[in-house]
Write a protein that binds this ligand. Structure first.
Ligand SMILES: Nc1nc2c(ncn2[C@@H]2O[C@H](COP(=O)(O)OP(=O)(O)OP(=O)(O)O)[C@@H](O)[C@H]2O)c(=O)[nH]1
Ligand SMILES: [Mg+2]
Length: 238
């Protein structure tokens, strides 16, 4: 098997991360795990560090403060590229993304450069989200598709698998977005590079443990990034 790793950003996920790493180990015993923790006050990093002591597949990057989701991913991606992984995945720590879906995502990299776990390709596969949140997410995706022309049904999701060759070609240093905007920007840059992108249906379940980091500013950032990306592409800068 090609060397594969999943990057998991965490902020106060102590209640979830241990069980998630164990579940990943059961589903994909060969998979490495990199947790990028932003100095979570709840001791997430201590838990991961103690698990990493007994298991060489588990890795931890600790940052000194909550520096945002986008830079957490980019730091993790660079770490994995520097160490020669062929397949680099990303998922949330809160069990919204089912570890049992990951083998399907990785298998599809046989004929794709980027595989996206998608909530919106066969109806709407979201469990336990309030209607307001679902409508917001769905509308954000329609809006993103209309503005950018990018043929992706779920451009804001965070459950994905990349071929390392593609990540090498994306200018990670030029990315400053966070939250949903970060997911949109990575997809857009991949699409502009001519990457083979495939969406696979997943069921997304709202978190049951821990608190959400969703905020109004994350929504505004996503609303404006699509125009920024479109203009950069028109100017030939992407
Ligand atoms: N390292 C790091 N991780 C973060 C940061 N913000 C969020 N995360 C993690 O990123 C993942 C996604 O964040 P969530 O809070 O689940 O965001 P969401 O899925 O949009 O919203 P909820 O599921 O409702 O909480 C989780 O694993 C978080 O712990 C951050 O600033 N730094
Ligand atoms: Mg979540």
């Amino acid at each position: 098997m090609e060397r594969a790793i999943v990057v998991i950003p965490t902020y106060n996920e102590r209640e979830n991360i241990g069980r998630l790493i164990e579940a990943l180990g059961r589903v994909l015993p060969q998979l490495d795990v990199l947790v990028v923790d932003d100095h979570s006050p709840d001791g997430t990093a201590e838990l991961v560090r103690s698990m990493a002591r007994d298991d060489t597949r588990i890795h931890l990057l600790e940052r000194e403060a909550k520096l945002g989701l986008g830079t957490a991913y980019c730091t993790g991606f660079r770490w994995a590229l520097d160490r020669g992984y062929h397949i680099i995945c990303q998922m949330d720590a809160d069990f919204s993304h089912n570890p049992e879906d990951l083998p399907r995502l990785i298998a599809a990299l046989d004929h794709a450069d980027l595989v996206i776990g998608s909530r919106y390709i066969s109806g709407v596969n979201v469990v336990n989200w309030p209607m307001r949140r679902l409508l917001l997410s769905y509308a954000a995706n329609v809006y993103t598709r209309l503005v950018t022309g990018m043929p992706i049904r779920d451009a804001t999701g965070g459950f994905k698998a990349f071929r390392a060759e593609l990540l090498h070609r994306i200018d990670l240093g030029a990315i400053h977005s966070n939250g949903y905007a970060f997911q949109i920007e990575m997809n857009f840059r991949a699409w502009k590079l001519g990457a083979r992108i495939e969406e696979l249906s997943i069921v997304f379940v709202d978190r049951t443990n821990g608190v959400s980091k969703m905020s109004r500013s994350i929504i505004y950032e996503a609303a404006w990034i699509v125009w920024k990306l479109k203009v950069l592409a028109l100017l030939g800068k992407l």
